[in-house]
Design a protein around this ligand. Structure first.
Ligand SMILES: NC(=O)C1=CN([C@@H]2O[C@H](COP(=O)(O)OP(=O)(O)OC[C@H]3O[C@@H](n4cnc5c(N)ncnc54)[C@H](O)[C@@H]3O)[C@@H](O)[C@H]2O)[C@@H](O)CC1
Ligand SMILES: Nc1ncnc2c1ncn2[C@@H]1O[C@H](COP(=O)(O)OP(=O)(O)O)[C@@H](O)[C@H]1O
Ligand SMILES: [K+]
Length: 501
């Protein structure tokens, strides 16, 4: 779909790949996974002497744990394996791995073991992987609580037990990993919703398999490499007319700042001209902090600009709805954010106008707005962020980003991506307005809408990440700072891509 992007597969895709590769793979995939896990354990315990505790579950995730234990033992590391299920019920590969562990002289304990006097060097969760089917409870919940309580690094094998691999939802009790070693390919649950909080540092081991060669990628991660390849150079012989006119419509009384923030972000990313149409008649006629912005009547902005962004501070007045309708009827690319989305969600006329548009429609809902667009609630949206975003893209024939931890980008043709940048310092007013301005700017500069959306989403988070690294935030980060930093990050990417002047 996009070269140089990391593929993501939900469980159904991983199962397909496993089935296609499975029988012919030598060594077996489980042997490879266990070996990779042992190598990771050695890395994580370089400076920590003592025993490794591996808690093994009733399926193939447990099998990975048995292989890992055998490998560590063979490397001279002391290992304790906790396994409380019936060996006769293990799937074949895992049963063979347990037998091999025993043949190598290994033992298992069926009660959660007391920690050695100097503590565990590492605790490993090989309880459940992608086969988790229901919330974790009972003995395994108690074990997970006990693993979480150890003052040692915590490694999850494939996916932390209790984390839903498809959605990033916590099912019952969950293992809080400091690191996760995942196999074959990334899974959506590691990257969105609670996944990033639960999984710690995620390492991918492909087990010497190229997953895309066995199954076309189902989703992609938005990573620096992907975005860098989209960068373009500017010719010397150009002028502001070459870089588009963005029109921002919003800024009802008390919310002027939202429209100005979006406008400033568009300006700082290189838009030729930025026009702002404030719906508040009594709003300012000039932004004295950013005099380059052209403040005009909203109707005129809709006429003059070639890319329209509606929503920041727009409000839900009748006049606002009329402006959204005027934009929807235009043949210009439009970006709908905030109250523009709420107005669309509340109007059948707007809904059908949007779905029938020929020029690109881009939508930037947060989970609450997404819920309104789908006629459901926030919890339902969050229960499966990828599926919810795809549904919006399909019903509105729009390019959509569902914002939040692990922003999900989808296109009407069913492709989807999950972003890898950003942090919780961005949970502050105005951040979404800045994103809207960044998207509008790239579209106005001639970027195809799908690249503009994914690049702006990545840039927005990368700018916030850079600021945090520099000690600006993460807590207390402001949207204005992110708009400012986006400029530097973007120009850096152009240089890195060899497209600078
Ligand atoms: N199948 C393969 O080819 C490979 C699988 N691998 C490993 O195998 C894992 C998947 O193995 P499985 O499909 O066996 O699944 P899991 O090992 O994740 O778990 C399935 C087992 O747990 C039980 N279970 C599920 N949810 C439960 C709950 N909440 N409480 C109690 N029991 C529960 C199921 O009944 C089943 O016995 C991957 O995550 C990965 O770690 C790797 O070895 C790579 C190769
Ligand atoms: N925890 C987080 N991790 C990553 N990004 C976040 C997080 N919280 C917020 N963001 C980002 O910040 C922006 C907030 O947008 P939004 O909720 O629309 O705010 P506002 O309407 O106040 O501008 C989104 O791009 C979102 O993805
Ligand atoms: K696990």
């Amino acid at each position: 779909m996009f070269p140089q992007a990391q593929p993501i597969y939900p469980v159904s895709g991983i199962r397909t790949i496993e089935a296609r590769v499975g029988a012919q793979a030598q060594p077996t995939l489980m042997e490879r996974a266990g070996r990779a896990s042992a190598e990771e354990a050695v890395r994580l315990t370089q400076d920590r002497a003592g025993q490794v505790l591996i808690a093994c579950g009733p399926g193939n995730n447990g099998g990975d744990g048995f292989v890992m234990a055998r490998r560590l033992l063979q490397a001279g590391r002391p290992v304790t394996v906790a396994f409380a299920d019936d060996p006769a019920k293990l799937p074949p590969d895992a049963a063979a791995a347990l037998a091999a562990w025993r043949a190598a002289g290994g033992e298992t304990v069926s009660d959660f073991p007391a920690a050695p006097a100097n503590g565990w060097a590492l605790v490993v969760d090989a309880l459940f992987g992608i086969g988790l089917r229901r919330p974790v409870s009972g003995r395994y919940a108690t074990w997970i609580d006990a693993l979480n309580a150890q003052p040692a690094p915590r490694l999850a094998i494939d996916i932390p037990s209790g984390l839903d691999a498809d959605t990033g939802r916590v099912l019952g009790t969950v293992f809080h990993a400091t690191a996760t070693l995942t196999f074959l390919a990334l899974k959506p649950g590691l990257l969105t919703l609670d996944g990033p909080d639960i999984a710690g540092v995620v390492h991918l081991h492909r087990l010497d398999i190229d997953p895309a060669a066995w199954l076309a990628p189902m989703g992609m991660q938005i990573q620096p490499g992907l975005v860098r390849q989209l960068m373009k150079s500017r010719l010397q012989n150009t002028h502001k007319g070459c870089y588009g006119d963005v029109g921002i419509v919003g800024g009802a009384r008390g919310m002027t700042g939202a429209a100005l923030l979006a406008g400033r972000a568009a300006l700082k990313l290189g838009t030729g001209r930025v026009l702002i149409g404030l719906v508040d008649d009594a709003g300012p006629a000039v932004d004295f902090n950013q005099a380059e912005l052209m403040l005009q009547r909203p109707e005129d902005v809709l006429e003059q600009a070639n890319v329209l962004a509606l929503g920041p501070g727009l409000g839900r007045s009748t006049a606002a709805a009329a402006l959204v309708e005027q934009a929807a009827r235009s043949n210009k690319p439009i970006i709908l954010d905030a109250d523009a989305l709420n107005l669309v969600a509340a109007s059948e006329v707007l809904k059908s106008l949007i779905a029938a548009r020929e020029a690109p429609t881009l939508m930037t809902p947060h989970p609450g707005e997404a819920g309104r667009l789908l006629g459901t609630d926030t919890a339902n949206v969050q229960a499966d962020r990828v599926a919810s975003t795809l549904k919006i893209a399909g019903s509105y024939q729009a390019l959509v980003v569902l914002k939040g931890s692990g922003s999900v980008v989808t296109y009407p043709d069913g492709r989807w991506l999950i972003n890898s940048t950003g942090h919780p310092g961005m949970a502050s007013a105005g951040m979404g307005d800045v994103l809207t301005g960044l998207i509008a700017s790239l579209v106005a500069q001639g970027w195809p809408a799908e690249s503009a959306l994914l690049a702006a989403v990545h840039l927005h988070g990368a700018a916030a990440d850079r600021l945090a690294r520099e000690g600006i935030g993460p807590i207390g980060l402001t949207a204005s700072e992110v708009a400012e930093a986006s400029r530097g990050v973007f120009n850096g990417w152009i240089v890195q891509a060899g497209k600078g002047r």
